[in-house]
Design a protein. Structure first.
Length: 570
């Protein structure tokens, strides 16, 4: 919580100003019952109209000042809270963007979404309520007690005797409630995960007629969230009835004792009227404190979850490694890596890629092909060995400088809900002519120019209004648009026909000086590469040209027989 509250520090002067205005408005409220009591006991009996109007005017003035002060303070509180949460979201988002894939895997995407939305909203409400009610409720509470002591000390002690009981109830319930909200937020992460998966995969769910199955899965998670919400709600909801019971019991005592004292001439009727008003203020103050504790219970759990993002240490760090002379642009030296730190996903991988050449990587599903691309971009840190680019260990590169060398298309890449041009530019300084050239190389220009708005045509989320082949060509155009030094196409032409695939590879070779890495399961995609790496279960089982592998690599021969019928031609 301390780390989250620090986001209010830049607004300290505004907070002090807002709290001062709120305090002044609250004091004006406290004067109203006292003025009313004084009028009833001392002014009205004189039957002096000018004095009645004077004190009535004072009450009206106090009411207007209280109203104006509360409106101004509440507006300031809302502005400060929204600005502080904006800063918090910005920092949390920057931290998430700097996470390695291993950190993202540990937090999980649904949990990160929940922390950036639901949890930050809970913290916003806490910031807002603390400034609006957090100062007003204690002033009304303590001020009312002081005014009651000033008016009638004997009656005031009846209420003061109840305060330890009320305080104990609040502390007990808040301690019980906070752990429930911790567990509730974890369940909400699961709910978001299920909803996200089902919405993303809604087409396949419908295609396989599995709506009932997914509905049952959602119902189970939804019921778990509802059950935990009810449990937390039951505990917190008991606070209001208990407080009402205690305070209303005190009110009955005050009325009884007050009536007796009035009949005995020990108290005045105006004092009893003021006591009832102050008692109402005290009751409202305790209800406000109850609300604060309820919000604090939820926001405390949310604050801890957001702080975990902010405290996550960056595991992609730059280290000093001496540069070496190198004939190759990329070199893997005995690289080993494991996603779960138990079973090796890549083991003892070594190869070199010459500048400007085309390098193919082929293997069965799960053999580690895509993992090589992710290690090159330093999405994960390797466990053993080293990776060199331009004679420099990738650990010595600034991570942004390293990734700017690459143009990448992954298997599950995304298109965004914007124009074709903006999807290809992707926030980079890429002119329209470069966009068109990239689309030409990617074989996307013909279908783009058939659209009514051409490059300004809008794309739906994830490219839902494009075919699979059109999406892949758009993604390839994005990778080529910025003229990268190294192009990685990870199964990027699987939805293309053989003729378009061949034209694509030839266009890249003729129009760029880039080093190209083709990751594929189809031999036809890597057939004409200068070198081909063959992987099986994370190990190198073949490395060489197509002709060399046909002679020396049994797995490559088997793939040839299955895909090309043993023919070396497409």
């Amino acid at each position: 919580m301390k780390k989250i509250l620090a986001y209010l520090r830049p607004y300290k002067k505004l907070i002090i100003k807002g709290l001062s205005v709120k305090s002044f408005a609250t004091v004006m409220e406290l004067f109203l019952p006292w003025l009313l009591a004084y009028m009833v006991d001392f002014i009205i009996p004189t039957k002096s109209i000018p004095k009645v109007l004077l004190y009535g005017g004072l009450m009206l003035g106090s009411s207007l000042l209280a109203l104006l002060g509360n409106v101004v303070a509440n507006r300031m509180a809302a502005r400060i809270s929204s600005d502080a949460i904006r800063d918090l979201r910005d920092d949390a988002y920057q931290h998430i963007m700097a996470f390695s894939n291993r950190s993202v895997d540990r937090f999980t995407i649904p949990s990160l979404i929940s922390r950036m939305t639901t949890d930050t909203y809970h913290v916003y409400r806490m910031f807002n309520v603390i400034q609006r009610i957090g100062i007003r409720a204690p002033i009304l509470l303590m001020g009312s007690i002081v005014m009651m002591l000033f008016i009638d000390t004997y009656l005031a002690f009846v209420l003061i005797a109840l305060l330890p009981i009320i305080t104990g109830v609040i502390i007990w319930i808040s301690r019980k409630g906070i752990p429930y909200y911790d567990r509730l937020q974890t369940s909400l992460d699961q709910l978001i995960r299920v909803v996200r998966e089902n919405i993303t995969g809604i087409r396949i769910i419908k295609a396989l007629a599995k709506e009932d199955h997914e509905q049952a899965k959602f119902d189970g998670v939804n019921e778990d969230v509802s059950r935990k919400e009810r449990t937390a709600g039951y505990v917190i909801a008991s606070l209001n009835p208990l407080m009402n019971l205690i305070l209303n019991g005190g009110l009955v005592l005050i009325l009884g004792i007050g009536a007796y004292r009035v009949t005995q001439g020990l108290s005045k009727s105006g004092s009893i009227l003021a006591f009832l008003t102050y008692f109402g203020l005290i009751l409202n103050s305790f209800l406000a404190i109850n609300r604060i504790f309820l919000l604090f219970s939820r926001s405390n759990a949310s604050s801890d979850r957001i702080a975990m993002i902010l405290n996550e240490k960056e595991d992609v760090v730059t280290v000093e490694v001496e540069r070496q002379e190198a004939a190759s642009i990329i070199e893997f030296k005995q690289v080993s890596f494991s996603y779960n730190q138990t079973k090796a996903d890549l083991e003892d991988i070594s190869f070199q890629i010459k500048r400007g050449s085309t390098f193919g990587i082929i293997g069965s599903t799960g053999s580690g092909k895509s993992t090589i691309a992710q290690l090159l971009l330093r999405f994960y840190e390797i466990d053993e060995g080293s990776i060199w680019i331009d004679g420099q260990d990738i650990r010595s590169y600034d991570v942004h400088e390293l990734r700017r060398k690459f143009g990448v298309v992954f298997q599950q890449d995304a298109l965004f809900s914007t124009s074709i041009k903006e999807n290809i530019q992707f926030g980079r300084d890429v002119e329209l002519n470069m966009v068109q050239e990239a689309a030409e190389m990617a074989q996307a220009r013909p279908f783009i120019e058939q659209l009514q708005d051409q490059y300004e045509a809008k794309i739906l989320r994830s490219g839902a209004n494009l075919s699979g082949g059109q999406r892949q060509r758009m993604l390839i155009a994005r990778a080529l648009a910025d003229r990268p030094e190294i192009i990685i196409l990870d199964d990027a032409s699987s939805a293309l026909d053989y003729q378009t695939d061949a034209k694509l590879r030839q266009a890249i070779k003729q129009n760029t000086q880039a080093t190209t890495i083709l990751i594929a399961q189809r031999i036809s995609t890597v057939l004409h590469a200068d070198q081909i790496l063959v992987l099986e279960e994370g190990r190198v089982v073949g490395l060489g040209s197509h002709q060399e592998l046909v002679q020396s690599c049994p797995l490559y021969q088997e793939l040839m027989a299955l895909q090309l019928g043993g023919s070396e031609n497409e």
